[in-house]
Design a protein around this ligand. Structure first.
Ligand SMILES: *[C@@H]1O[C@H](CO)[C@@H](O)[C@H](O)[C@H]1NC(C)=O
Ligand SMILES: *[C@@H]1O[C@H](CO)[C@@H](O)[C@H](O)[C@H]1NC(C)=O
Ligand SMILES: *[C@@H]1O[C@H](CO)[C@@H](O)[C@H](O)[C@H]1NC(C)=O
Ligand SMILES: *[C@@H]1O[C@H](CO)[C@@H](O)[C@H](O)[C@H]1NC(C)=O
Length: 503
């Protein structure tokens, strides 16, 4: 039986009007034409400016087009240039570690570190005990230079912040070739490398960029700063910015002696250069306590770049250790990096259900039609970092009720299979939840569902992040059997005029 969305009257209408061309074809033709026109216009603009040296940049609008077209403006002159796409080899990592804790925490680096592919070092406070047995699966280490000459006056912090703030300088001064970005992280930061590359590749590394994310916790942002990238979530500094930062850093550290963390000290110094933070929503400091479920189940529309503080929150998968949980998420990530934690929701109108899918992690089934606004709001399964209070956070939350009649039925990732360029991911109810049952009759057919299968026919390509963001759509397929033990959900790009709107 066709899904309710297939019965959309607009689809039939489209078919009548355009018997041979699909709407997507028309759109792609239109896109191609637009690109062609833009290319001709920009090429002729460049020609024009070469032919008439006195009349470069005849109007402010042209200036804007050229800048957005990745052409550099030096002293008002346009010089066209191009470069190869940024890849993993262009990134130099600087991980802030310590000799004593490395062995305890190294698995959070080793899950993403690719020996001989990823470049960089973990910076230690001293030589590790027995340094000839340094694990090959870890990044090579270096011992940071002495920082005793710098001031540190924050009463509740640690002087190691100074050492870690200088990693960017010590990394830069190694003089390694072909480095476009210096990426800083903690020894418990898990990076999702492919997505990090996707995000950095959006920016011109020949310009000065400082990229990262804030803390989720308003109290943290208020105490420290809203203008800084939180170091545990990781942050990226482009080479030209690093070059200027290295010049001012040592002189600047004493001015910010009262700042608690290395990340805030670095931001203080960058503010002297005048470069603001470019926020990317995929960097996660994870300044929360308790269960991170809600946060991960409603990830913003941006590639997942990092997770942090995983030893301070509950396991992201129930019944698995913290470390096994990360590995499980990574199995999904490896099959479709860009789609990891991307969510979509849809209705099953044959049963009046809402389905919310956070790809590679969790499915929520509700025996009711919730609004898109409700479904996209983060479940508050966690508390704030410092006070363990209910908020506030830098995003809106809704309570996760203890009453099983007021919460969705939740499924967690079980299996991942590649399926051509697409994937089949399977989700199961967690054992912990099996006893939490709502007696209302509308919940019975939901509990009958043992498995949710999610199908995608293509991977989410990095180019999608260069376009205007839009959540993907989904549809529930075999929705006709009232007591079916399996639900199938297809996730795909949205059609024109498609929305999550109840009838
Ligand atoms: C990254 O790009 C450079 C060119 O700038 C190339 O030499 C290098 O092989 C590439 N590395 C990978 C891993 O693709
Ligand atoms: C990395 O490269 C070095 C030399 O190029 C080699 O000896 C080493 O085995 C490689 N390590 C891994 C994990 O591939
Ligand atoms: C560790 O390496 C350093 C040089 O990097 C060396 O001076 C020191 O003796 C080594 N320590 C041990 C225990 O091997
Ligand atoms: C779904 O909800 C609508 C509106 O509340 C109602 O008219 C319809 O009968 C319901 N359908 C099912 C299958 O429960």
């Amino acid at each position: 039986m066709p899904s309710p969305i297939d019965q959309d009257p607009f689809k039939a209408w489209k078919f009548l009007v355009l018997p041979t061309l699909k709407v997507s074809d028309v759109f792609s033709l239109f896109l191609k034409a637009t690109i062609a026109i833009c290319t001709v216009v920009s090429i002729s603009l460049v020609f024009y400016s070469f032919l008439n040296p006195s009349q470069r940049l005849p109007c402010p609008e042209c200036n804007k087009i050229l800048i957005s077209d990745h052409r550099k403006i030096i002293n008002g002159e346009v010089s066209g240039y191009s470069y190869e796409k940024t890849n993993i080899s262009h990134i130099l990592f600087g991980i802030g570690g310590s000799a004593k804790t490395w062995n305890k925490r190294r698995h959070y680096t080793e899950v993403w570190w690719m020996p001989n592919i990823t470049r960089g070092y973990v910076w230690l406070d001293q030589n590790p005990p027995g340094n000839d047995t340094w694990p090959l699966t870890s990044p090579p280490y270096k011992v940071s230079a002495d920082t005793s000459r710098f001031k540190y006056t924050c009463s509740y912090g640690s002087r190691s912040a100074l050492r870690i703030a200088r990693i960017v300088k010590e990394s830069f001064e190694l003089g390694l070739e072909n480095v476009r970005w210096l990426v800083m992280g903690d020894d418990d930061t898990v990076f999702f490398i492919e997505n990090l590359v996707t995000v950095l590749a959006k920016y011109d590394h020949n310009q000065m960029y400082y990229i990262g994310g804030n803390s989720e916790s308003v109290e943290q942002d208020a105490i420290h700063s809203y203008t800084m990238a939180y170091g545990g979530g990781g942050f990226a500094i482009s080479y030209p910015l690093a070059k200027e930062l290295v010049r001012v850093l040592d002189g600047c550290l004493d001015r910010y002696a009262s700042f608690y963390g290395s990340d805030q000290k670095v931001q203080g110094c960058i503010s002297e250069i005048g470069v603001p933070l470019t926020k990317e929503l995929g960097f996660h400091q994870v300044d929360i306590r308790g269960d991170p479920y809600g946060l991960l189940a409603a990830h913003p529309l941006a590639p997942l770049v990092s997770l942090h503080h995983l030893d301070y929150v509950q396991s992201i998968f129930p019944g698995l250790s913290r470390f096994d949980s990360v590995n499980k998420l990574i199995t999904a990530y490896k099959t479709d990096p860009g789609r990891t934690l991307q969510y979509s929701f849809c209705y099953d109108l044959t049963r009046n259900w809402s389905v919310s899918a956070s790809w590679g992690y969790t499915i929520q089934l509700y025996p009711a039609l919730l609004t898109a606004m409700q479904l996209q709001t983060v479940f508050r399964t966690f508390r704030t970092w410092r006070r363990w209070s209910e908020g506030p956070f830098t995003f809106n939350t809704r309570p996760m009720n203890v009453d099983p009649c007021l919460r969705p039925v939740v499924y967690f990732l079980d299996r991942v299979e590649r399926f051509g360029d697409g994937t089949l991911t399977t989700y199961k109810r967690s054992e912990d939840e099996l006893d939490k049952v709502c007696d209302r009759p509308d919940y019975a057919p939901v509990y009958a569902v043992q498995l949710v299968n999610v199908i995608t026919s293509t991977s989410l390509k990095p180019d999608i992040w260069n376009m205007a963001p839009r959540r993907q759509c989904c549809e529930v397929i075999n929705g006709e059997n009232r007591m079916s033990s399996m639900v199938q959900v297809n996730i795909r790009g949205c059609n024109e005029m498609e929305s999550v709107t109840p009838p």
